[in-house]
Ligand binder design. Structure first.
Ligand code: NAD
Ligand code: GLY
Length: 362
């Protein structure tokens, strides 16, 4: 087992990464101070992993809350139904909520934990690659609003994150690839040697080689923990670098209709677009753009803009992305593999023309 730390002073917490950690009694129990535990999961994940998790909690008094599966249930209505159940069970302020699932379960449960009786202890047990390397670390919690994704939420850090990579064996391969987009992102924004390692080892990850997966999760969480420790509330531009590919990606996701492209698929394509635009600005070599496209494509992620989405629509959607500040569109772009910058200083006509060129080439 590998243990990392998210360094946030009195709110610091460990990330445990390894195989079969769900079965290790004591690991979670050490982070539970109250008497009652509420495990929140969904109808897909609970039948696979709930019993194993409850068995490891042995003598503790644990209850389950099972949500419907899907991003469309990441709403305030679901949060309200969690509050109803917690109150019906007469849960006091000393409960610990454990999120067992992917990013959707984690975001919902974390937000419920942040709000219930003004905040109760919370533990993340992520079961998708995306949630293991990204959403479970860093304390962003929340739900969607009809007018925007993740628009209602709170920064609320967990007591610990337990990453059992064995849970990935049941994950559909398309979801594994979606998680790989975020893994590649860490190499691109801050870790060139890790990017180089991924070039040589991505096939091992796709074949579920547990050593390769454990290393990739560790390197990703190290990068995320370091970024979060330096900019917990996304105030100084550092945490915003985690959004490489996301402005283009969100436009693709929304433009294609939620659910048609997975978030990670859109981010993978978005990172390739960011690399191509960085090359147009003279920041990145064509050789590096090819390396990035090749790695994203080997991860079984799309690298070309969808033909159905017009460039005008895409630009319109990018303009309403959260990364617009003071009326200006900010993009995360690449100066090099391993070096990202957040900037609003680029020629908008060049961006439009680049997107058009990429669209015509699909
Ligand atoms: P998800 O939670 O929707 O899970 C994807 C699918 O895989 C679901 O059907 C789920 O039930 C299933 N699943 C999960 N684990 C499984 C397993 N081990 N075996 C079989 N099936 C399994 O998707 P996700 O990609 O994990 O997370 C996406 C969500 O995360 C979005 O809501 C996004 O907004 C959020 N997110 C949050 C942050 C953050 O910092 N908080 C960061 C990135 C994404
Ligand atoms: N997933 C982006 C962040 O945590 O800031």
């Amino acid at each position: 087992m590998r243990t990392l730390k998210v360094d946030l002073g009195s709110r610091s917490y460990p990330i445990y990464i390894g195989e079969n950690l769900l079965a290790q009694s004591g690991l979670l129990a050490a982070h539970i101070s109250g008497k009652q535990i509420i495990v929140i999961s969904n109808e897909t994940i609970a039948p696979l992993y709930m019993d194993k998790l409850l068995a490891s909690l042995e003598n503790l008094n644990a209850h389950k809350i099972i949500l419907s599966d899907g991003e469309r249930y990441k709403t305030l209505t679901t949060i309200e139904s969690i509050f109803d159940q917690l109150l019906e069970m007469r849960c006091a302020r000393d409960i610990t909520i454990i999120a067992l699932g992917g990013g959707a379960v984690g975001d919902i449960s974390g937000f419920a934990a942040a709000c219930y009786q003004r905040g109760v202890d919370f533990i993340q047990v992520p079961t998708t690659l995306l949630s293991q390397v990204d959403s479970s670390v860093g304390g962003k919690t929340g739900v969607n609003h009809p007018l925007g994704k993740n628009m209602i939420g709170a920064f609320y850090q967990p007591q610990c994150v337990l990453v059992d990579i064995s849970t990935l064996h049941t994950l559909p391969s398309r979801e594994l690839s979606a998680g790989l987009a975020e893994v590649i992102k860490y190499g691109l924004i801050a870790k060139k040697p890790f990017f180089n390692w991924l070039e040589n080892n991505i096939d091992r990850i796709l074949e579920f080689d547990s050593d390769a997966i454990e290393y990739a999760v560790e390197q990703s969480c190290l990068c995320k923990a370091e970024v979060v420790a330096s900019d917990e509330h996304e105030k100084n531009g550092r945490r915003a670098l985690l959004n490489l590919g996301h402005t283009f990606g969100h436009a693709i996701e929304t433009g294609m209709g939620y659910g048609n492209w997975l978030h990670g698929e859109a981010v993978g394509c978005g990172m390739v677009i960011a690399a191509q635009f960085s090359a147009k600005l003279g920041w990145l070599s064509d050789k590096d753009v090819s390396k990035i496209s090749r790695l994203v494509s080997t991860a079984k992620l799309p690298i070309q803009l969808p033909k159905e989405l017009t460039v005008d629509k895409m630009v319109e959607l990018m303009a309403i992305d959260k990364k617009v500040k003071d009326g200006k569109l900010h993009l995360v772009l690449l100066k090099d593999i391993g070096e990202a910058v957040l900037t609003s200083k680029f020629d908008h006509d060049l961006l439009y023309n680049t997107l058009n060129e990429l669209h015509n080439n699909t």
